[in-house]
Design a protein around this ligand. Structure first.
Ligand SMILES: [Zn+2]
Length: 372
């Protein structure tokens, strides 16, 4: 381990005896240094030395302190969340250095799991279902995060009506398969990415399962047929034991929820929860599934980007646990007009769930409305 003051933190002296590390209120440490020890030690914490060598050099700079006192002093700086291991950057391409600096900044100390978050992302395999508004906005974020293995699935071609919000596509792409444009973008952005593109409409949970993800997260950005598509992805995620993040945009609001198989309630648990807790849930659900007229897409690009930013951050949290995921077993809603984010519903596992529990026949009528 080669210790350094976290790259993200500025170091500046308020006077001869007072140093600040960090700039923003609430995450800045102000340290007193009447004996000049920090003034001698901080420049040595530059990530160029292994710990033993650091202690040797610091011992020569501060002969008044013992090796153990120096070790204890460095441990205090680490406990204050001021240090990181410079070797974490050694094998990272430069384009990901700021990611590593962020995860180090999020880490409580050098032992925190957040320090290895970037490695988890780089090693992860993500399945992205759909390249509509949500999916096409997700792809550049996943690539910028450093995900190296991606499977993308879509069956559509680029249409003019997509171009108000699907910023991955250009006018020159009209008529092309979305997966082809996405692969081209991915390879030009990150030539080392391993991306599998499948031009296919998902028409069953088995199809999702057969994609054979050995992976770390599924992003469900498909919504056709309504509810059925998400139920299929949910069933596959539970069968594969892979966490899934669901992204939905309707009218003037977007929603995010996550399913961790075996831990949280799944989407079918949510339907049981709704039936048990919401008056007239089933008649509304049934009517919505056979509308006289389906609603047209209504969305602005910045709103979709906002929804997807939260959604992909949730994916990163699930993969790395740099911080707790915020939408597990919760419907988190982005209100595009109010500009707010909030939890609108929480639900737990339902023992009678046909997908993640022991199917209870009393709930069968719920799942007949949008069968898999
Ligand atoms: Zn369930």
């Amino acid at each position: 381990m080669r210790l350094q003051v976290k790259r993200a933190l500025p170091i500046y002296w308020l006077d001869d005896e007072t140093v600040r590390i960090g700039a923003q209120q609430g995450i800045t440490q102000e340290l007193k240094d009447p004996a000049g020890e920090l003034r001698a030690l901080l420049p040595l914490l530059d990530g160029t030395r292994e710990v033993d060598e650091l202690l040797d050099v610091a011992g020569r700079a501060l002969p008044i302190l013992t090796r153990e006192q120096l070790r204890a002093g460095i441990a205090v700086l680490d406990d204050c969340g001021l240090l990181e291991d410079a070797s974490r950057y050694d094998d990272l391409p430069e384009r990901l250095h700021a990611n590593q600096s962020f995860f180090a900044a999020a880490a409580a100390n050098t032992s925190s799991p957040a320090n290895v978050a970037q490695r988890h992302i780089s090693d992860s395999h993500v399945l992205l279902l759909g390249l509509g508004g949500g999916g096409s906005a997700s792809l550049p974020l996943l690539l910028a995060l450093g995900v190296k293995k991606l499977t993308i699935v879509d069956y559509d071609v680029v249409e003019a009506s997509n171009l108000n919000r699907q910023t991955l596509f250009r006018t020159t792409d009209l008529g092309r398969a979305k997966v082809d444009v996405a692969v081209e973008y991915a390879h030009s952005f990150a030539p080392d990415v391993c991306i599998s593109a499948i031009n296919q409409r998902i028409s069953g949970a088995d199809e999702v399962r057969q994609l054979g993800i050995d992976g770390d997260a599924i992003i469900c950005a498909i919504d056709e047929p309504p509810f059925v598509a998400q139920r299929r992805v949910n069933a596959a995620a539970v069968a594969l034991d892979v966490p899934a993040v669901f992204l939905l945009s309707q009218h003037t609001r977007g929603r995010i929820f996550s399913v961790i198989p075996g831990e949280s309630g799944c989407m079918d648990c949510l339907q049981i929860h709704d039936e048990v807790n919401t008056d007239d849930f089933l008649p509304q659900y049934r009517a919505l599934m056979s509308p006289d007229r389906a609603g047209a897409t209504a969305a602005l690009a910045p709103h979709i980007q906002r929804l997807i930013s939260f959604g992909i951050d949730e994916v990163v949290r699930l993969i790395t646990r740099y911080a707790p995921p915020f939408a597990v077993g919760k419907q988190v809603e982005v209100d595009y007009i109010a500009g707010t984010l909030g939890t609108v519903m929480e639900w737990g596992r339902q023992p009678g769930c046909p997908t993640c529990g022991e199917r209870d026949a009393q709930y069968d009528h719920i799942f007949e409305i949008a069968p898999l």
